[in-house]
Design a protein around this ligand. Structure first.
Ligand code: ADP
Length: 158
């Protein structure tokens, strides 16, 4: 049983995240999509809200579990019996930070591999950050997020 961890802020989950999740599911037997609590970010949705939105958006997939973790990612990967970390790469701008993080995680535990997956081109400009900003300004994000997220954004920002 080969399990991968897909960690992120998911504030909120977008269609780009779902694209990466589907690609990961074609490579691994199971994927644990997990909300990482990054203390340097000030999230729009609480941890519980992000987990609930992830659950709704990933309900249709088999072999996906939604979880949260606090602490070191490599420790969490080991605890969950996973063999890899999955991250999405949209553009060169993602690369430097992602490479640094992957190599640091390898230094902390050399058995954990990081796998980078590229989304469909139509998602390469999509980020949770833009979705939050567009929603705040009253724009339409229907093409970028699952319906449950659209509703949650409306409720949160009204
Ligand atoms: P983080 O704060 O950890 O970057 P995000 O929720 O922003 O959390 O992203 C989680 C992962 O998903 C990251 O690897 C990010 O590059 C990737 N990702 C985010 N949006 C997209 C997208 N539109 N297409 C592909 N990958 C994406």
């Amino acid at each position: 049983m080969k399990t991968a961890i897909y960690p992120g802020s998911f504030d909120p989950i977008t269609n780009g995240h779902i694209d990466i999740l589907e690609r990961a599911l074609s490579l691994f037997d199971a994927v644990i999509i997990t909300v990482a609590n990054n203390s340097t970010k000030n999230p729009l949705f609480t941890e519980e809200e992000r987990v609930a939105l992830l659950r709704q958006a990933t309900r249709k997939f088999k072999n996906v579990e939604v979880d949260v973790f606090h602490g070191l990612l490599v420790d969490y990967v080991r605890k969950r019996g996973a063999i890899a970390i999955v991250r999405g790469l949209r553009a060169v701008t993602d690369f430097e930070y992602e490479l640094q993080m992957a190599l640091m995680n390898r230094k902390l535990n050399e058995k954990v591999e990081t796998i980078f997956l590229m989304p469909n081109e139509k998602y390469t400009y999509l980020s949770s950050n833009f979705v939050r900003e567009i929603s705040r300004l009253g724009g339409n994000v229907d093409a970028f997020v699952p319906p449950s997220v659209r509703k949650a954004l409306k409720a949160k920002l009204k």
